[in-house]
Ligand binder design. Structure first.
Ligand code: ATP
Ligand code: MG
Length: 342
């Protein structure tokens, strides 16, 4: 394997919204397009990670398929030899390596994971599963199986990436080099940081980010929203009483959110959009402009995703999965030999 691997995943157990599109999908698409000649790009649906917290299992399979279609509709270059898109659950080596790694992971080490502490706290009434506790080990397997050096992660996943390096080093020390270490957090951030992606705010409460899990769904635009629904949400977006458009996150977050959305979706610079709107006293006009560019974007991705048939997608996924499987099995085999299973 001479080419370095970039590995990234996006959960598929909920519908994608405009925040995911701008903050996660577009940057990934951009990365895949700009780096696929030089790097191997592994983009996976972390479906085994999806039920660490309760989900609707009856919708899950469909949701995964539809979300992968959305991803492709958003511009993921699927016709490139170096770009693989696969479902984690189809490569059984992920589960097998996870079990092995679990036995070289300290209970105390896992207990220090901040993400677990936070999420289990929030789950109070539901059962907190062992899966939620140990999923960083599955994440380590996701990365180590493919020898991925580059794993662009957000702030919440950094501790898990550190853990991946730790366990890889520990096992390399004990059994000889079998794992490629992912680069340090600092290098990852220099390479491509998800934190630099803009944060879109809720249309209803612009002090919060747009999110799938909020109390007021009218603040979130789903990628599947019709133009009508999206327009309605934007036209009733919370603004302010200043009465004049300014790009000002502190004092006019609702308005600034709309200016940001317009710039990012229209491909214009923020400066250009701000110059056009600053001083305008008719918030309704700004909302209309935002609704228009959002509607055009949604229609575009919806049309493209509808054009992909289930069969076409399946064929593509199976081909990708069989390609990555080879690398995964090679690594697993190496590990099995080293620890005495073969
Ligand atoms: P939850 O509320 O359950 O945390 P979410 O809607 O925030 O869900 P995630 O699954 O946490 O979505 O996020 C997936 C990716 O989308 C992450 O990379 C995250 O940075 C990005 N993202 C989510 N919401 C936004 C947003 N409002 N603006 C920009 N990026 C976002
Ligand atoms: Mg989130």
């Amino acid at each position: 394997m001479s080419r370095e691997t970039i590995l990234t995943g996006l959960r598929t157990n909920a519908e994608y919204h405009l925040g995911n599109y701008i903050g996660a999908i577009l940057p990934m698409v951009h990365m895949a397009k700009s780096k696929s000649d030089e790097y191997q790009i592994n983009l996976f649906a972390p479906d085994l990670h999806s039920f660490t917290t309760p989900i609707d299992h009856s919708k899950f399979y469909r949701q995964t398929i539809d979300n992968i279609k959305m991803f492709i509709a958003c511009g993921m270059p699927v016709d490139h030899d170096n770009v693989h898109i696969y479902r984690q659950s189809r490569i059984s080596a992920h589960s097998e390596l996870t079990w092995i790694l679990s036995n070289f992971t300290g209970f105390g080490e896992m207990s220090r994971m901040v993400e677990f502490k936070e999420k289990s706290e929030r789950l109070k009434e539901d059962r907190v599963s062992v899966g939620l506790f140990s999923y960083p080990i599955l994440m380590a397997a996701d990365i180590l199986l493919y020898g991925a050096k580059w794993v662009p992660v957000g702030e919440d996943q950094r501790q898990h990436l550190e853990f991946t390096r730790d366990i890889a080093m520990r096992m390399n020390n004990q059994f000889g080099d079998m794992f490629v270490l992912p680069e340090t957090i600092q290098k990852q951030q220099e390479f491509v940081s998800r934190d630099s992606a803009p944060r879109i705010r809720s249309l209803r409460d612009p002090s919060k980010k747009m999110s799938k899990s909020v109390d007021d769904p009218a603040g979130t635009i789903q990628l599947s929203d019709t133009a009508e629904v999206a327009t309605k949400k934007i036209m009733s977006a919370t603004t302010d009483s200043v009465g004049v458009v300014n790009y000002d996150w502190d004092n006019q977050p609702g308005i600034t959110n709309l200016l940001t959305i317009i710039a990012l979706l229209s491909g214009k610079s923020q400066q250009e959009v701000n110059d056009q709107w600053t001083g305008c006293e008719r918030y309704g006009d700004l909302k209309k402009a935002a609704a228009e560019v959002v509607s055009i974007t949604l229609a575009g991705v919806q049309e493209k995703s509808t054009a992909i048939s289930d069969d076409q997608l399946e064929e593509f996924l199976v081909a990708s999965e069989s390609a990555v499987q080879e690398t995964a099995l090679e690594t697993l085999c190496k590990v099995q030999k080293a620890i005495g299973l073969r």
